[in-house]
Design a protein around this ligand. Sequence first.
Ligand code: CIR
Length: 257
Amino acid sequence: MARSTLLAITHLPSPKLAECQLTFVERGPIDYGAACRQHAAYRELLRDCGADVVALAGNLDRPDGVFVEDAAIVLPEGALITRPGAESRRAEVAAIEAELSKHRLREHVLPPATLEGGDVLRVGRTLLVGLSSRTNAAGVDALRRFAGRYGYDVRPVPVHGSLHLKTACTALPDGRLLVNRAWLDVAALDGFDLIDVPAAEPWGANVALVGEIVCAASEHAETADLVLSLGFPLRTVALSEFAKAEGGVTCLSLLVG
Ligand code: CIR
């Protein structure tokens, strides 16, 4: 059987998950056992989509360590190790870098720049980057220096109503963007075809592309119906406990293709 060339780096949920950072979400109880079961189902979904899955455990003491997406920007040409805007999250990147070093040459975001992977959306040769509470203008410049030399066009997108750009905007397999316009500066997306998430599901815009398969949280049933109606292959998985920690389907993995 041919081996998959897609690797998904994940990290097991921390027993301290309920102490996570929260910005736009109110703190409520998180069921750690349910979070672990949902994470196992998420890893299974990644495998079903054709990925080899690694589950790291080096950040089990760090509440937000499960949200590996924020620690790096992975391109075919190399990886940029981020400097998270949330100070409490800065120590997470070492464990992610140790794994990524097996697969990519790395560069680093340096102070005063801050950049989190949840703010970086790749659409073909364009990188849309959220200017958010976690990613500053120097972080955008760092991304531009890193990716510009490989020919990527780096475009900032002001984000005001959500934690990260990808909370409010992700890409479908044909390059159209699934968006919640209320949470970002839509003028910055000029030139892209936009599809609005259902009004009842403002958090639905966070979908992950694993190969050509659209993966979504099963809590966003109307968004799932919308994606199916557009003709895209779709898989869903329950992620309620991670939503309470302000994370979605993209946040839980780093895809190394
Ligand atoms: C945080 O506030 O940093 C975490 N509780 C959630 C991070 C979610 N990550 C993502 O959207 N890429």
